[in-house]
Design a protein around this ligand. Structure first.
Ligand SMILES: Cc1cc2nc3c(=O)[nH]c(=O)nc-3n(C[C@H](O)[C@H](O)[C@H](O)COP(=O)(O)OP(=O)(O)OC[C@H]3O[C@@H](n4cnc5c(N)ncnc54)[C@H](O)[C@@H]3O)c2cc1C
Length: 292
């Protein structure tokens, strides 16, 4: 029996994925599943494990490039309330893996809790943001993580404490299929103080990103002591283009997808830039963007 037959109420077959990503490009998924509870999610993951069906988690699609071909297996979206909740206990806040990072930050600022406000303007879900350890020089999300609750591929719910986790530049070692929720340890501060820091970061971040109406993705991790954007500029690759994909004029580490852009265009642009940066500066850039 296929997933659509086993879980008919929550599974769609041959579902286009492009609308669920920031770039609005990419092929359809064999199955898109939106479970309504942790038990239902567990049953789906178990069925996939048993039937050797691959499982992929889709957050906000802000750090994701989906190729133009069909994506085999199950793509899971955590959109139901058991995955999007926000809960406060003193200085600790727990957020579901499918909660929006923006909602979490707004919740902490309103509650006079500092620590996450410098991530304002970074879009995505809590699960995707922790898996990708979002942030920049003003701070990374891992600095406030106390523990992460995951669902393993054998269907166990496990809590991994901060000291069991390794976070590096825009990545973590969380390799279980699902981040169910994350507990953050924050600092009590007057809401206006937290709000001021938020506004300052918001202005700085927005000025260094593509324009908000543009569909764009970040391409590379910053190498130690440098930024990918400055290396791309040094290699004279500013505003390079492949098909409909073009490097942003505001920050060369972003590819902007103009109408008609394909995933192939983005990959080709990234590869050309990576090769030229290596040739002209000697630095090997690593891709930050996750590709399916
Ligand atoms: C314009 C723009 C500006 C950005 N600025 C920044 C920035 O300043 N700093 C920064 O660090 N990033 C930045 N990003 C990157 C992006 O916003 C983050 O990486 C984002 O938080 C990813 O979250 P997501 O939910 O969209 O994940 P997705 O893109 O949907 O997925 C990313 C990865 O996480 C996995 N994943 C998603 N949800 C889960 C889950 N619940 N459990 C397990 N795995 C999961 C996916 O399978 C995939 O491998 C920017 C992106 C854009 C487009």
């Amino acid at each position: 029996m296929s997933l659509a037959e086993q879980f008919p109420d929550i599974t769609k077959r041959n579902q286009p994925l492009a609308p669920f990503t920031h770039l609005k490009i990419g092929g359809p998924a064999e199955f898109v599943v939106q479970p309504r509870s942790v038990d239902e999610l567990n049953a789906v993951v178990n069925a996939c494990q048993r039937d050797k069906v691959s499982v992929r988690m889709l957050g906000g699609g802000f750090n994701l490039l989906i190729k133009d071909d069909p994506v085999p297996g199950a793509v899971i979206r955590l959109t139901a309330e058991p995955f999007t909740f926000l809960r406060r206990e003193g200085k600790r806040v727990t957020a579901g893996g499918g909660a929006q990072l923006f909602d979490l930050i707004a919740f902490t600022v309103k509650n006079g809790l500092g620590g996450l406000e410098t991530l304002v303007g970074i879009r995505g879900t809590v699960g995707g943001s922790v898996r990708c350890n979002v942030g920049d020089r003003s701070g990374e999300i891992c600095q406030t993580v106390r523990n992460v609750t995951v669902l393993t591929d054998t269907g166990n719910v496990q809590v991994r404490g901060r000291d069991e986790l390794t976070f590096t530049e825009h990545q973590s070692d969380i390799d279980e299929p699902v981040i169910l929720s994350v507990e953050f340890e924050l600092e009590s501060e007057p809401p206006p103080t937290v709000m001021n820091r938020l506004l300052k970061t918001w202005i700085q971040r927005k000025a260094a990103e593509p324009l908000s109406f543009q569909a764009a993705v970040r391409l590379f991790r910053n190498p130690p002591g440098n930024t990918a954007a400055s290396l791309i500029d040094r290699a004279q690759m500013t505003k390079s283009r492949a098909g409909g994909a073009e490097l942003s004029e505001r920050n060369s580490n972003y590819a902007v997808a103009h109408p008609g852009t394909t995933a192939r265009d983005i990959l080709q642009l990234a590869e050309t830039v990576r090769a030229k940066v290596k040739e002209r500066t000697g630095v090997s850039l690593e891709r930050e963007l996750h590709v399916w």
